[in-house]
Ligand binder design. Sequence first.
Ligand code: PT1
Length: 275
Amino acid sequence: MRFRCGAYTLDCSRPLVMGIVNVTPDSFSDGGRFADIEAAVRHGVELAEQGADLLDVGGESTRPGAAPVSLGDELRRVIPVIEALATKTHVPISVDTYKPEVMRAALAAGASMINDVFALTQPGALEAVAAGNAGVCLMHSQGTPQTMQLDPHYDDVTREVREFLRARVQACEAHGIARDRILVDPGFGFGKNRAHNVTLLHELNALAELGQPVLVGLSRKSVLGRLTGNTVDERLHASIAAAVISVMKGARIVRVHDVGATVDALKIVTAVEGL
Ligand code: PT1
């Protein structure tokens, strides 16, 4: 299976690692401070050196309970980082955003892929991606980051997530986004309780039925904390286990903080599975 994004074509027969680059401002600034930008670029270059196949740049946290960021602040955070990483590295740069204005600016700045936790449901988002040759990751979520963990409900979480993603792939195709530019993601932790997350991982193979490469983000998430009793800084081992299980259940890309450790772990999976 191949995934096309911008000028890149990625071979998904080997599991790929997407490194997370958060552009989080100093608590006294509103984003766009030179030191924050510098630190994010340095971190992205490091992750590429550790073997990341893609870098995902985000300026607004979408984790449960996180506050929204204004359009201006998000642009000031992510655009300079994307520009720098697109020239300093040889891997495709993804932007983690749901705002069409940020999508367009990021693609103009050198990003090759849009990672949207709202699966291009915001007005103008489908058009922003269709306008170029960027790749896209369509992620499932239930509710908004402010409310999604209050009381998530599903009758059959895997089926509902899969059918949502199927409909979003169809919406993309209807807008002229070719299927080989589309990834799907069940959205671990986005409007899912512990049982929902565990069931989704157990049944991850069912998403491969959509015919699109599956991306999984479980790195350091609270479901791993609930299963181990560990705080967010103590979740490396659980995150590696989650990445290994994801790939063995069919995921082609894992989105992680700890790139070097994940790359090593997935080499073992590849050797054993003959992927
Ligand atoms: C993800 C993802 C993402 N996750 C994609 N993009 C986040 N494609 C941001 C917690 O429970 O899985 N896939 N972009 C981060 N979101 C969360 C959600 C972080 C939940 C933490 C939690 O701790």
